[in-house]
Design a protein around this ligand. Structure first.
Ligand SMILES: Cc1cc2nc3c(=O)[nH]c(=O)nc-3n(C[C@H](O)[C@H](O)[C@H](O)COP(=O)(O)OP(=O)(O)OC[C@H]3O[C@@H](n4cnc5c(N)ncnc54)[C@H](O)[C@@H]3O)c2cc1C
Length: 325
């Protein structure tokens, strides 16, 4: 049995590993240059930036076990037990916050080891041919499988298979929504002086989060990640990079109460159209077509965030393995 998986984020990679463990063959297609999706790390000179997910928590026993595996393998490590808030007060609450050992992508890179993952492959068309699914990529690559698992943010998955999923099922998926997030990466020539442990959780507008990736332990040089809040991100999503950089640095100075802009030696902007799930589907995965199976998974199903995406991928794989082609 063979399953084609679209998306090499944490949900798709965990699903592939689980299916391989159940005796299936898998191929994972991702349009990105590397694996990880929203668990994203980027380098700029001596600076290393996590610019998507910043950290994750583990609430369920199932996920705690996975995190222990990642930690034992050297892919993940504990970062802190709480962050400074908007008044620079630290709020340790006892819950470990984890990060990738060299950045968030350490985890998906570890998960992808030994899997057939094709990066730089954008799926553009899905066809049913007999008892199989066929996924065609922009490059001309075509992959066939007895089952198809879609783990991209749901609007992107629907763009691929909208016409195939029955209308009444599509309605459930159309209700799923996400907030955007505009992220600024700023390389500094001096210390950022963020309060320990280097993450500043504002949870508001215009900024949601500021972190220093040096203090976080993944970057040689001081390197700030600044996340705008959802309203600011929506209003300024299409603004030119220079305007986004100037505005977010000014907001960061206000939040930190000190000069930052004069220490900036390089910037880069990332735009996440789908960052956090605002309206989810309560089940851990969604069956779009029963036979041959076409299944949706990812952080929009069940619980959100890295933990939810992981549990969703695993639950979808278990269902596909039990169901067969
Ligand atoms: C700015 C930001 C901050 C966040 N902060 C946190 C945090 O602090 N803690 C936390 O737990 N979570 C956080 N999250 C959320 C977390 O990153 C996600 O919930 C989780 O990584 C989702 O994993 P996934 O596998 O469901 O989806 P994704 O990681 O999005 O993976 C889907 C993959 O599908 C690929 N894809 C899409 N369309 C196609 C196509 N047509 N063909 C081929 N491939 C395609 C994409 O390239 C992507 O790699 C944050 C997210 C963002 C963006």
């Amino acid at each position: 049995m063979r399953c084609v998986i679209v998306g090499a984020g944490v949900s798709g990679l965990l699903a592939a590993r689980a299916l391989e463990g159940a005796g299936w063959e898998t191929v994972v297609l991702d349009k990105g240059r590397g694996v990880g999706g929203r668990m994203a790390t980027r380098r700029m000179a001596d600076g290393v930036f996590d610019h998507g997910a910043q950290f994750f928590t583990a609430r369920s026993e199932e996920f705690k076990k996975l995190v222990e595996e990642w930690t034992d393998a050297g892919a993940a490590t504990e970062w802190s037990r709480g962050f400074a808030d908007a008044d620079a007060e630290r709020e340790p609450d006892g819950h470990p916050r984890y990060r990738g050992s060299s950045g968030m992508t350490s985890i998906p890179k570890h998960l992808a080891d030994g899997l057939d993952v094709r990066t730089g492959e954008r799926a553009v068309h899905v066809l049913r041919s007999g008892s199989e699914w066929e996924v065609r990529c922009e490059s001309g690559l075509s992959e066939r499988g007895d089952a198809l698992l879609l783990t991209a943010p749901v609007p992107q998955s629907l763009a691929l298979v909208g016409g195939i999923v029955p209308t009444y099922r599509r309605e459930d998926l159309r209700r799923i929504s996400y907030d955007p997030c505009v992220a600024l990466m700023a390389l500094l020539d001096g210390a950022a002086d963020l309060p320990e442990p280097g993450g500043f959780q504002i949870k508001g507008e215009p900024l949601d989060w500021i972190s220093d990736n040096h203090r976080k332990g993944i970057s040689e040089s001081p390197a700030l990640t600044i996340h705008a809040g959802p309203r600011w991100s929506r209003e300024h999503f299409g603004d030119p990079d220079e305007e986004v950089s100037a505005a977010l640095l000014e907001h960061a100075e206000e939040a930190l109460g000190r000069n930052v802009a004069s220490h900036v030696i390089g910037t880069s902007v990332a735009r996440w159209r789908y960052s956090w799930v605002t309206n989810n589907h309560t089940e851990r995965f969604f069956v779009g077509v029963d036979s041959p199976p076409l299944v949706f998974a990812g952080d929009a199903f069940g619980e959100p965030k890295v933990e939810g995406a992981s549990l969703s991928g695993l639950a979808a794989a278990e269902w596909i393995a039990r169901r067969g082609g």
